[in-house]
Write a protein that binds this ligand. Structure first.
Ligand SMILES: [Zn+2]
Length: 252
């Protein structure tokens, strides 16, 4: 049965990463090179979830980006085209055309070149803090804006900060999404529409990337354990407390 792993990137940088969610462009390039070297097919999420149980692929990788930084277009897009890999870009629609983020024309070009564009909600507010109506609006408005802009259906959404619960998932399906990308690490199987993703950040090494590309069960177990520990900290100290602890951790 096909297993698939979904990478989650945020911002790429030409320099040394200065924030946790930044990744150097050179590490990204080495990641794509290692995937090609391992001869693992790369698909966007929209194509991946359509794979039947009887397809012939053993392993597939998907590459996703959250937040819609301008590095999506300026750095990731040219390299992806070079490798002929189709990735999924999750865009915060209120931030389109703002300084440091993607522009409307860029998104059209990326979509026309075969990249998948998904929503990362309208405003990126943590959904667990909003009312049901507000959550629905975040999902629905961003979907409509992207569809009007791109002239094609937008079926995938990623959850800001990975903060969700059963109610939020139901509202995403109600707003018309077929694929919901989380920040929970793990391997996915065909038919799953709630997608686990492995977050790549400034502290990820090339060795770590290669372990992920080889679908190392031990390494993925480690990532899951770390995620659960983090979830426990969030539950104990709240999201703000967790973010403060994370900033402190980044400084040591
Ligand atoms: Zn985000």
């Amino acid at each position: 049965m096909t297993k698939f792993i979904s990478f989650l990137f945020h911002k790429l940088t030409e320099d040394e990463p200065s924030e946790l969610m930044e990744v150097s462009k050179s590490l990204f390039e080495r990641c794509l090179f290692s995937i090609k070297e391992a001869s693992i097919p790369v698909m966007c999420l929209g194509d991946l979830v359509k794979l039947s149980y009887t397809n012939s692929y053993k392993r597939v990788i998907s590459i996703t980006f959250d937040d819609g930084w301008d590095s999506d277009y300026k750095m990731a897009f040219p390299v992806l085209k070079e490798y002929e890999f189709r990735a999924t870009f999750f865009i915060i629609t209120d931030w389109i055309n703002k300084k440091g983020y993607v522009q409307e024309g860029w998104l059209k070009e990326m979509s026309q070149s075969g990249m998948e564009i998904g929503s990362h909600t309208s405003s990126h507010r943590y959904l667990t803090r909003l009312s049901e109506d507000e959550v629905y609006k975040e999902f629905y408005d961003s979907k409509c804006r992207l569809e009007d802009m791109l002239g094609r259906e937008v079926t995938a959404v990623s959850i800001p900060g990975g903060e969700y619960n059963g109610k939020i998932i139901k509202l995403a399906y109600k707003a018309g999404y077929k694929i919901i990308a989380t920040s929970k690490p793990g391997i996915n199987l065909p038919g799953s529409t709630l997608i686990n993703r492995i977050s790549i950040h400034s502290r990820t090494s090339l060795t770590d990337l290669k372990k992920i590309i080889s679908f190392s069960p031990f390494f993925i177990f480690q990532l899951k354990s770390f995620y659960l520990a983090r979830a426990l900290i969030k539950k104990t100290f709240g999201i703000d407390g967790y973010l403060r602890l994370r900033n402190w951790f980044m400084k040591i």
